[in-house]
Write a protein that binds this ligand. Sequence first.
Ligand code: NAD
Length: 441
Amino acid sequence: MKIAIIGTGYVGLVTGACFASKGHEVICVDVIEDKIKKINRGQSPIFEEGLDDMLSDLVSRNKLYATLNLEHAILKSDLVFICVGTPSKEEAKYDYTYLEQATKDVGLVLKDSDKYKVVVIKSTCTPGTTNDHLKPILEQTSGRKCGKDFGLGFNPEFLREGVAVYDFLNPDRIVIGGIDKKSISMIEAVFTDFNAPILKVDPTTAEMIKIASNSFLAMKISFINEMANIAEKIDCDIKDVAKGIGMDSRISPKFLGAGLGWGGSCFLKDISALYQLSKEISVPSKLLESTIQVNKLQPLRSIELLERALSDHSVKGKKIAILGLAFKPNTDDMREAVSIPIIHELLHKGAEVHAHDPVAIENAKLIFDSSNFYLHEGPEQTLSGAHGCIIVTEWRIYSKLSPRDFINKMKTPIVIDGRRMFNPKKMRSKGINYYGIGLGK
Ligand code: NAD
């Protein structure tokens, strides 16, 4: 099929590349010229495993190209996927500025097209948005009737950044929310080569599935983090507790890793939007509210542990090493990363913060502008002379650090392992003052 992808961020570019890898003809559109140029050179503007190789292959075989020209892309396509950002704004709602603009732009092109096309929303939005808000925009700008002249659907994306290509090509399920049978069957046609069950629903149900899924995953992590804080006080190890809980097939071991909390662009905005909706329709969800609250406090647990370990119980004037800035490994994305509240709090308390991340350094420069904040090229330089270290992101290179690296480099070898990467017994036996989330004495 011929596909236009509007928005070439994490979701749009991965969607476009994966569809093209299945033999479809894909045209990607963005408003940022630099991204277009990079994609057309076969390079990915974002860091995502496997994407560079995939793009250079697809571009060289003319299976995918990018353009600023939205009209050209839409007129050449059967399906138009809208994948622009829907960041959160105040009052815990999505900001639809980009989504509305892209929808209007698409509608204006549909005005001049007699060929039936299906518009598919992939941007996450509050249940009801596609049907009640975007459909009227499309009809008004195109002067055409949805369901007759063009189709419409919502197809949620569940990929995880860092393994986005793998996730897209190997989904647990594909959810298609269409306004009618014709829209659903055209969207289904693009997924024929995917080995996954397809759930066909209406757009509002599909939108609800997306944000309820993310809310559940966030709740699971907040749950295990609360259990970790209890485990710590009663001297048992949350890792063993989680293992025992996760062996129950009804629960599963996934998303049971206790740590410093969840981050990323999606969880907080999705759960906040769902919580806001629940309040607006007079069924305020206590579970959603608590999940958000628990996660707000969790990153700061690392500072509590650090202060407890320091001889004068204060980070003021101390050099603190932060290993990992991205919200999770294998991505340069720092949106809602837990490193942000941790570093801000350390700076607020008067610490000198030295940080490292293998790929998120450039994004970090845009966030922290304190004269007490330093970025380093490697973990060793970051640890040098530090009074304490907090491991924030579980990048694989950190697991290669030996107890000796911490001891030799740091002024006082206090390690707060926010991701439980290291063996506590080994670290402690080598003389490291080691603390982990959910770890007893
Ligand atoms: P992103 O910010 O990385 O990318 C959005 C892209 O859209 C940018 O390149 C931007 O320049 C472009 N854009 C904005 N307005 C445009 C317009 N009018 N025309 C063409 N391009 C335009 O966003 P993302 O992380 O890819 O997320 C996109 C959507 O998918 C969001 O709603 C998000 O919630 C959802 N989602 C994201 C993930 C994830 O892991 N990132 C996972 C599932 C769903």
